[in-house]
Ligand binder design. Structure first.
Ligand code: AMP
Length: 217
């Protein structure tokens, strides 16, 4: 089973896709996480991506398609995967379709997480992320037990450089212009499911799982 999670920044794609992947025992591939790891390591891709990411822009289609092509060819993806943060442009979606066609492994379902824009901004400005394991917290809605430190590994929580208001505005604009049209793209292929992504995290996860199960996944 190959599933895409679509949604604006702050819609909970990362959180939900990780939970669902765990339940279905398939890997969750976050292009944002892959890029952040490349930046940390100082690879060529990381160097190219760093300033674009910090400004809230989109990394080139060519780089992103290469990353996904290589990552989905790895052994752990043979039974499927969940994509979080890819595709983000029409070109990426079309390329993914081409790859799926040539390998005979098409995308089964696309989950679109729906959240009102005003909620997205509040979620993103208050988000804090573990510098080591990437677990997410919120200064109001999901406080860690020990302020500023991760509940899981005790490491420091950071405020992502692209989670400041000016960059959030750019990211949301990019989403509306470049990524939101993919909702229509997948709707026309009859594999899109809209999920209300406000409310309790576990309720949302259960709604996603019941949609997938009702479609035989
Ligand atoms: P995310 O963690 O999904 O919010 O991604 C963080 C940043 O990584 C984005 O704001 C983009 O700069 C970059 N990025 C991640 N995935 C993609 C993609 N599919 N296409 C272009 N840029 C991406």
């Amino acid at each position: 089973m190959r599933i895409i999670f679509l949604g604006a920044p702050g819609s909970g794609k990362g959180t939900q896709s990780k939970k669902v992947a765990e339940q279905l025992k398939i890997p969750q591939l976050s292009t944002g996480d892959i890029l952040r790891a490349a930046v940390k390591k100082g690879t060529e891709v990381g160097k190219k991506a760093q300033t674009i990411m910090e400004a809230g822009g989109l990394v080139s289609d060519e780089i992103m398609i290469n990353i996904i092509k290589n990552r989905t060819a790895e052994f752990d993806c043979s039974d499927g995967y969940i994509l979080d943060g890819f595709p983000r442009t029409l070109k990426q979606a079309q390329k993914l379709d081409e790859m799926a066609k040539s390998s005979g492994k098409k995308i089964n379902k696309v989950i679109s997480l729906e959240v009102d824009q005003s909620i997205l901004v509040a979620r993103l400005t208050g988000r804090r992320v573990c510098s080591a394991c990437g677990s997410e917290y919120h200064i109001l809605f999901k406080k860690p037990e020990n302020e500023g430190f991760c509940d899981l590994d005790g490491k420091e929580l950071i405020h992502r450089s692209d989670d400041y208001e000016d960059r959030i505005v750019t990211r949301l604009e990019n989403y509306n212009r470049q990524t939101a049209p993919l909702i229509e793209y997948y709707s026309q292929k009859s594999i899109l499911h809209n999920i209300d992504a406000t409310g309790d995290i576990n309720d949302i996860k259960n709604n996603v799982l019941s949609v997938l199960r009702s479609r035989g996944i």
